[in-house]
Design a protein around this ligand. Sequence first.
Ligand SMILES: [Fe+2]
Length: 185
Amino acid sequence: MKLLRQGTISVLAGCHSPIHSLVVLIAWRQLYHRYPNAWQLICIGIHDIGHWGKDYLDHEDEKAQHAVLGAKIAGKLFGVKGYDFIIGHNTYESDKRSLLYYPDKYSWVIAPIWWMVSNTFFEPKLIRPNCTRQDSAVMFKKAMVENSKNNFNERGHDIYLKQWRGQTPKYPTKSNAVINKTEEK
Ligand SMILES: [Fe+2]
């Protein structure tokens, strides 16, 4: 039995660590020209903790559920707006993109390459086959820059599956997703 699942390592020290939340916060500021309020800030801090205990890189079904834990906690703390805020940061479980959706994606456009490279030491599966750590980081960032020109209609994980693993994502991206308004205030 594996002691540490891919997602647990990722939350502790990899691409879903608190540094990711910090970069999302900076992305939020850049996109919305304001800081999140207190409850939104807490939600940004916990939005990806549901990767804990999941082999999220190898099993798409596990990745697809990663927002549920954070959303449930936010629901307990802040009600529906908290739940929607986190569940809508990706479009597996919800058709509705929350305000967190875009900063979460844009964070990869602004993420420092050195940090993305450092993540590959904890999560070697983030290294693109036949590529260096540096090239893998640069290529993922480039893909997210391209994605940004298309309203971030592609999940980062789908880019990973397609480009790193040659897989067709199982869950169609919901490109017609609408912005959820419940969590704005
Ligand atoms: Fe996430």
